[in-house]
Design a protein around this ligand. Structure first.
Ligand code: NAG
Ligand code: NAG
Ligand code: NAG
Ligand code: NAG
Ligand code: NAG
Ligand code: NAG
Length: 506
């Protein structure tokens, strides 16, 4: 059999883009709302960072926030940053970093409990106890924070220091232990006094102590290390709340025609593109824009996204369509595909990676949205005369003569009636992007784990392309069957002619 590649240029081929997903904006807005924190007021935290060109820029932390204390919220302190322990004879409880504004100046201190409520003990010019204050929160528990030793001789503000006011950073100083009458050590109260580093001159750490405010030449400064990348694994979709919106879309259409002299196989390559989109939601304490690798269960290679940003890429595909046609005849071919938008709440393990320390993992819940193309299939019209568009009559009754096809090709001057309906075949060319999404596949995981392998049949006359081409395959056989009962869809012309084809080895 001779295959002739017909001139692609002469054939019209329309490509439809699959943009036009209105409503996405609204969805994003809804997502944001859902994830937004509760009633408490939240203020950004500024940290002292090394910028690319100069040392000492204040950068908004992606993992820490100041949150106004809400005595009614019993769970609020679960994410609060600890500054030490409060020790009494009967209890040891954590104290947290807090911030108040006294006489228009912000200063930090630590919390203490007064009748099951927290108050902020902070000092500026005087010892003061405050009931309205902000608490430092590490809400995603993905920011790494540490108390770093500081002395006035080891220079300036440590990288990662957390700003309180205009020029002060969170610091602390170990509480002075007093010997009791018996000579043993009794310590009651906070083990650390929290205050601030004021870098003026060589710098000082100022803390509130029972007698008032004290200045020290050494102490500790709270520093934050932010991760440089994330990984998302163990992704589990909430099946009950998963939605799949499907949209059968025309991808490309064209005409396969034989303007030659002989009965021959004509070929046409049809191209189209679609927008492959993915968005894995956002989460508090997880830095927006950070490079994130998404490890899906069935994904071959991890997808690389920027956290909390929509990722979209235009993907191009080509399909070659073949049919044996008589001189002067043509068929119309249309490619359609199912453009799917999957939306699902999910849980997953998010790991954060740091330059100078071990990674941290935690479970998160967010919402994922993916748009992709699957089930690309071909539709074709009946054979018609190029000259006048009249449909060529086909007679399927004389199928016994199909073995003598080669004999009839000699009489090229008499192409009518055609004894065989056309054999139309579609093959994928180049990189394949369409197909059921790896995430969609996981929805069926629990029931049939072997199902995936049968979907991954070879490219050419595989079950997939055969099915996409409108061919139904009987039996659960993975091998390309020798004979295929094929149904050509004649929807293009509106008439409902169904062609039953016998395909033998192409
Ligand atoms: C299907 O996609 C087309 C174009 O891509 C769009 O115009 C149409 O609104 C979509 N239909 C649905 C139901 O989403
Ligand atoms: C910050 O930048 C300074 C000067 O470029 C460099 O010496 C220092 O090592 C950097 N520190 C960190 C933690 O990146
Ligand atoms: C259309 O053209 C073909 C080939 O020239 C011819 O055999 C056929 O009779 C024509 N049909 C009509 C309705 O003109
Ligand atoms: C998942 O299962 C449903 C019903 O069992 C089926 O309709 C669907 O095609 C399957 N999806 C995949 C990707 O296998
Ligand atoms: C499918 O492709 C394989 C190799 O890629 C080839 O050996 C085989 O003949 C092809 N089958 C068909 C039906 O084109
Ligand atoms: C083939 O497509 C052309 C437009 O491209 C249309 O005018 C014609 O009616 C179609 N013919 C058949 C048989 O579908």
């Amino acid at each position: 059999m001779i295959r002739r590649r017909s001139t692609i240029n002469s054939m019209s081929c329309t490509t439809s883009s699959l943009l036009g997903l209105s409503g996405i904006g609204l969805l994003f807005a809804l997502l944001q709302l859902q994830i937004a924190p509760s009633q408490a007021h939240v203020h950004p935290v500024l940290t002292y960072k090394n910028a690319s060109t100069q040392l000492g820029q204040l950068v908004t932390s992606s993992t820490l926030v100041w949150e106004s204390y809400d005595p009614k919220d019993a769970k609020q302190m679960q994410s609060a940053v600890e500054g030490g322990k409060y020790i009494t004879e009967d209890e040891h409880y954590p104290i947290y970093v807090c911030r108040v504004t006294i006489d228009g100046v912000r200063t930090s201190g630590h919390t203490e409990k007064v009748q099951q409520k927290h108050v902020c003990v902070a000092a500026l010019y005087k010892h003061s106890i405050n009931e309205h204050f902000d608490v430092l929160m590490n809400r995603g528990h993905l920011g790494k924070i540490a108390w770093k030793h500081w002395t006035k001789f080891n220079a300036g503000i440590p990288v990662g220091a957390i700003q309180i006011g205009d020029d002060s950073y969170i610091g602390r100083h170990r509480a002075v232990h007093h010997a009791n009458a018996e000579g043993g050590e009794t310590h009651r109260g906070a083990d650390y006094n929290l205050g601030r580093l004021e870098p003026l001159g060589l710098g000082k750490i100022k803390v509130a102590e029972s007698e008032g405010e004290k200045y020290y030449d050494e102490g500790e400064v709270l520093v934050e290390t932010e991760p440089f990348s994330y990984e998302l694994r163990d992704i589990k979709l909430d099946r009950l709340r998963t939605t799949l919106r499907e949209n059968m879309t025309e991808l490309a259409s064209g005409i396969l025609e034989n303007r030659g002299e002989t009965y021959d196989t004509m070929e046409k390559v049809m191209s189209y593109s679609f927008d492959y989109l993915q968005y894995w939601g956002s989460h508090e304490g997880v830095a927006k824009g950070l490079p994130t690798k998404i490890y899906e269960k069935n994904g071959a290679a991890p997808a690389e996204i920027n956290w909390a940003l929509k990722r979209g890429e235009k993907r191009h595909e080509n399909k070659a369509v073949y049919s044996k046609l008589w001189p002067g005849t043509a068929i119309n071919v249309t490619l359609r595909g199912n453009y799917v938008t999957l939306e699902a709440p999910y849980t997953a393990k998010l790991s954060a990676f740091y330059y100078d320390s071990e990674s941290v993992s935690r479970k998160i819940s967010a919402e994922v949205r993916k748009s992709y193309l699957k089930d690309v299939k071909m539709e074709f019209s009946p054979v018609y005369w190029i000259e006048n568009g009249t449909v060529v009559p086909t007679t399927t009754t004389t199928s016994t003569t199909s073995t003598t096809t080669h004999a009839t090709t000699t009489s090229t001057n008499e192409p009518t009636p055609i004894h065989e309906p056309p054999l139309v075949r579609v093959e994928h060319v180049g990189v394949k992007h369409s197909g059921p999404d790896s995430l969609e596949k996981t929805l069926n995981d629990s029931t049939a784990t072997n199902e995936i392998s049968s979907n991954e049949a070879p490219e050419n006359m595989s079950s997939k392309d055969a099915a996409l081409a409108g061919f139904g395959i009987g039996g659960g056989n993975n091998k390309a069957p020798a004979t295929i009962a094929a149904t050509g869809l004649a929807g293009v012309v509106g008439s409902s002619i169904t062609l039953i084809l016998m395909l033998s080895n192409l």
